[in-house]
Design a protein around this ligand. Sequence first.
Ligand SMILES: *Cc1c(COP(=O)(O)O)cnc(C)c1O
Length: 296
Amino acid sequence: MNFSFQIYSPEEQIHDSKFEDKNISVYIKRDDKIHPFISGNKWRKLKYQLEEAKEQQINHLVTFGGAWSNHLLATAAAAAQFGFRATAYVRGEEIQNPVLDMCRLFGMNLLFVDRESYRNKEELFQRGHNPQTSYFIDEGGKSDLGMKGCAEIISELEQQYDHIFVASGTGTTVAGIQLGIAKNNLQTKVHSIPVLKGAEFLKNEFQSWNIDPKLITLHLDYHFSGYAKVKPDLIAFIKSFISSTGIMIEPTYTGKLLFGVYDLIEKEYFKPNSKILVIHTGGITGLLGHLQHFNR
Ligand SMILES: *Cc1c(COP(=O)(O)O)cnc(C)c1O
């Protein structure tokens, strides 16, 4: 079987009079176009881990996530496509939602675990699985191999930029981007918009991955009270962005990311003539959990 697939992720310019007034140009790299379910950064994080599992002749993937996790859906779809079985430990009480339904449709086995047991993922793995026959993938695809996959975002670029922005949960993607920038000797400044509250912990993560935290600028004011939380101004922004660009975004990650970038442009954070690249990390199925905010 041909492992992996052709990546289609063009860099598209976003036109807006707000940018032109300030002499700023904004581009978006469409990682959301990589795959409808193995979307965006989740494919980049999985790629080398699946390759390693194949090399070790392991055909069972075991992973972890919340009930709306883009990572679970991506792993389920990738497992089905590339001939793996997949099991996921889902945090919290058993519930039903469209993301979990789609995971099952791709053949993933779902095991719900209480928050206390979920905390120790290695122990859940060791207790239930043989490492000779099952491959551990951390929550969100977090790993060194995941970072390696994300660094490829940079080697694909057709143009150079002054600034690159990405939304962060575990920080794996932005760390990989920073590694790609360093490897390619670029001067581009790397920025993260964390979607969790209290995301200063990311600095320790970067340090533990041997990345100087000073190289990644964290913009801590765009979490809207926490993970998957929304506010009316975020919803209004998302509606206006989608209808004026034709690019679909959602409230958990890419909505907060673009809200942040637009706000920083408005506040004249960037020098005139700056060229900015925003990474669309995909995850549109996250919208399914927020449709009630968009029904008028
Ligand atoms: C998971 C996810 C992220 C966060 O990626 P990290 O590597 O965990 O920081 C960003 N955007 C989308 C759409 C995601 O699904």
